[in-house]
Write a protein that binds this ligand. Structure first.
Ligand code: G4P
Length: 537
């Protein structure tokens, strides 16, 4: 471990500031209510004064990332950024994750920058495919998860059934901290399982302001709610007897999840979620460098880039690199070193970015996200640091792509812009770029986890680089890492397989299907094919 002196803030300042940060993301299936929950959280923390301001409902101000036409027409959020707000003495950083499965690689990167996740479930649907995928990423990274069962104000599954799903389908022990009084659809409030009291909610018009809350002791609750109250207490006790009693260690080791019930649209249960995040979510901890050495929080400033985005503001066409601060204090204007290139980077323009909303940022501490504007030299996975000792954090692994297409400029006179655009999209991680030795024409192959990444790539090549792209899909669907470059000819010689090389030098063996790979393995038992890291398939 390397001891180091702080940059400007005192050591105790940095440690204290880090200690009050809570950095998390919401993982959910589209439509479970992520945008609504974000609004409700912001409303509680008084960042906004009226629900709808973040989500950009008709006639209201749009804040969430609706910068791209495609996003608008599809109604999905493709970009990621961070919303920061104070809540009591704490500073909450909520990182936005794209909701669509095709952008799981992007989401993975965002999840590399959080200390905790909130798994948001729709009470009527339980665990849905995208939630499962994202949960796998959390499990892979050991991220503790708090579960919020949303939309309890309308008919849904049985509460015990929803808890059973967590155990049966993902092996996660539910530890309900609240339990709903009234079936889904008749939501009146929750039992606070830690003190046994009843929290009764009252609606505000359209959930536009924080819900009213009243606390009743158990005897007053029994009098007010009768059989509903007794049933809720019985059910909650039943679950506690089967291993659902709260256990902080199990939460932190990500084998059990605290569960809350609520309704984001009515703002029921949202305060509880915020309080829980402050109380339970891990605070920023020393991050391990490439040699597995923790860099103390009080070391000089360091951060890693988890997201690069161009064209967030179409009128300026700038590039913003989002970095999570890992140690020390960040101050605007600081000159930092990019440990990948060894080159200096001046941080004159630094912002907090959430959708269209941008504010200039003067300082940041571990757990915070900084948006470095005009950061054309920065790539996803880069480490930045100020002052010695130098540090390098592990890069972010790529997902196994499942879609491949040769890309050519539709207009040959724009070949230079084509190359520039391809480089740019790759540096942002919009798509992976592969090269083929066998094809010989040097045309890049676009590789993507989901086909919508191709749409984003071609749209941007056209709109930003004025270089329309012609894509020729390749028939491959199975990919492995070719461990021994000497075995290239075995795969490259086949008609149902091919080797393509990633920019980082890794050779990928592509097969049209699992049968083709099986046949090749049988005929060439010596071949070394490895699964790709971080695949959630
Ligand atoms: P997402 O970001 O996860 O995709 O979900 P979003 O917040 O956009 O919510 C999807 C739909 O679910 C929205 O309805 C939203 O109002 C609704 N919703 C969110 N939370 C709750 C809740 O607690 N209870 C109920 N009953 N509904 C909820 P929509 O009809 O698609 O759009 P809108 O016109 O209401 O915005």
């Amino acid at each position: 471990m390397t001891a180091a002196s702080p940059v400007t803030a005192s050591t105790s300042d940095v440690v204290w500031e880090a200690g009050r940060r809570r950095t998390f993301a919401v993982i959910s299936h589209p439509d479970a209510g992520k945008s609504t929950l974000t609004e409700a959280l912001a409303l509680h923390a008084k960042v906004i004064s009226e629900a709808g301001a973040v989500h950009g409902k008709a006639g209201r101000r749009g804040v969430v990332s609706d910068w791209m036409e495609m996003e608008r027409s599809r109604g999905i959020s493709i970009t990621s950024a961070a919303l920061q707000f104070s809540y009591g003495d704490s500073v909450i950083n909520l990182l936005d994750t794209p909701g669509h499965a095709d952008f799981s690689e992007d989401t993975y990167r965002v999840l590399s920058a959080v200390d905790c996740a909130v798994m948001l479930l729709d009470a009527a649907k339980g665990l849905e495919p995208q939630t499962l995928k994202l949960f796998d990423v959390c499990r892979h990274r050991g991220i503790p998860v708090i579960t919020f069962i949303n939309k309890w104000d309308r008919p849904g599954m049985d509460a015990l059934r929803l808890c059973d799903e967590l155990v049966e389908r993902i092996g996660l022990q539910p530890m309900p901290l609240t339990w709903p009084v009234g079936d889904a659809g008749h939501f009146r409030g929750v039992v606070d399982r830690r003190d046994g009291n009843f929290i009764r909610y009252s609606r505000t018009a359209g959930g536009a302001t924080a819900a009213g809350e009243e606390r009743l002791d158990p005897s007053a609750a029994a009098e007010a709610e009768g059989a509903e109250w007794s049933r809720a207490v019985e059910e909650a006790d039943l679950l506690a007897e089967t291993g659902g009693e709260f256990d902080l260690d199990r939460f932190l080791e990500a084998s059990a999840t605290p569960v809350l019930f609520g309704s984001a649209v009515l703002n029921f249960g949202v305060r509880h979620l915020l309080d829980l995040l402050v109380e339970l979510a891990p605070r920023p901890a020393p991050r391990l460098d490439v040699k597995d050495r923790p860099r103390p929080l009080e070391s000089p400033f360091s951060a890693f880039v988890f997201k690069v985005q161009t064209g967030m503001d179409p009128s300026h066409r700038d590039q913003v690199a989002f970095a999570r601060v890992c140690s020390g204090m960040f101050e605007r204007g600081m000159v930092v070193t990019n440990s990948t290139t060894g080159k200096p980077f001046a941080t004159k323009y630094v912002q907090q970015v959430f959708g269209r909303e941008r504010t200039t940022l003067d300082s940041a501490f571990p757990g915070d996200v900084i948006g470095l504007v005009n950061a054309t030299s920065l790539r996803v996975g880069d480490t930045l640091y100020a002052d010695k000792p130098a540090v390098r954090y592990p890069g972010l692994p790529s997902f196994a792509p499942a879609h491949f297409a040769v890309a050519r400029p539709a207009d040959l006179s724009r070949a230079k812009q084509f190359r520039k655009g391809v480089d740019q999209l790759e540096s942002e991680g919009v798509i992976q770029i592969l090269r083929s030795l066998r094809r010989g024409d040097g045309a890049p192959v676009f590789a993507a986890v989901g086909p919508m990444q191709f749409e984003v790539a071609t749209h941007r090549m056209d709109a930003e680089f004025k270089s329309p792209v012609r894509l020729e899909p390749l028939p491959y669907s199975v990919v492995r890492r070719l461990a021994d470059p000497k075995q290239r000819s075995i795969v490259d010689g086949g008609t149902r397989s091919e080797v393509l090389t990633r920019t980082d030098g890794v050779d990928l063996a592509l097969f049209i299907d699992a049968t083709a790979m099986g046949v090749m393995r049988r005929l060439n038992p010596e071949i070394l094919l490895e699964p790709l890291v971080a695949s959630t398939d």
